[in-house]
Design a protein. Structure first.
Length: 232
């Protein structure tokens, strides 16, 4: 970080460990120590929708921890709270293409939530890193529009040229499904809590006059096209 004007920091996923929150705290503390010793002038931290909450958010609590630790820095810090990641649908892109169904942890299937793609996160990070500000900023990053699982299924159908229906994964099947992704038992519990938080409406943007709202550019059809291309 030495000789850098700005730093972009993020917490890498740790779904295979027993305590992802301890890992996040250790990473945050080391980040801050390095930043203080480097002469960096400003920091952009990738955070998440719902990070203002201290409970009931599952994995998102890792970014709450990081925001707390980075909040002690005396240089300008921007907390970039991103929406749910559109790229996560890539894990079921093959199922959609082969079986015509889109399994979803999000319910109800018709409810729209903020979703954003990685490219829009990158653009927002670059804009923040090259801007001038003082103190702490909270940036809430929405996608180009909000989407429901049904909307995502319709986008897959349009790109694939076949019928695709969103199907809710029963909570009774969450553990087996997530374990198949290589998650630790503890990570399965955390991820399940996060999904329940989304589905209940507990995990939402903070809003208010003290936050800056930014919208991404990539529409769902373009994002889904990229996900399908990545599977072929």
């Amino acid at each position: 970080m030495r000789n850098a004007d700005a730093v972009y920091a993020m917490n890498p996923p740790a779904y295979n460990v027993a305590n992802m929150f301890a890992v996040a705290r250790g990473i945050g503390e080391r980040y801050v120590a390095a930043i203080k010793n480097s002469g960096v002038q400003k920091v952009v931290l990738l955070s998440s929708i719902g990070s203002q909450r201290a409970s009931g958010t599952g994995n998102i609590f890792t970014t709450h921890i990081l925001e707390t630790i980075f909040g002690d820095l005396e240089i300008p810090v921007a907390f970039l709270r991103a929406s749910a990641f559109l790229e996560n649908w890539g894990s079921v892109a093959k199922v959609a293409a082969e079986q015509g169904i889109l399994p979803s942890f999000y319910t109800p299937l018709e409810r729209k939530i903020p979703m954003v793609c990685a490219a829009d996160i990158g653009r927002a990070v670059a804009q923040a890193m090259t801007a001038d500000w003082t103190g702490k900023r909270i940036i809430e990053l929405h996608g180009a529009a909000d989407y429901s699982p049904n909307d995502v299924a319709a986008a897959f159908a349009a790109v694939l040229g076949r019928d695709v229906q969103a199907v809710a994964v029963p909570e009774s099947e969450w553990q087996a499904t997530m374990s198949g992704f290589g998650f630790s038992p503890e990570a399965v519990n955390s991820y399940s809590e996060m999904m329940r938080g989304f589905n209940s409406g507990h995990i939402v943007f903070e809003g208010g006059n003290h936050v800056q709202i930014v919208r991404g550019q990539m529409m769902i059809a373009d994002a889904v096209s990229k996900l399908i291309e990545a599977q072929t």
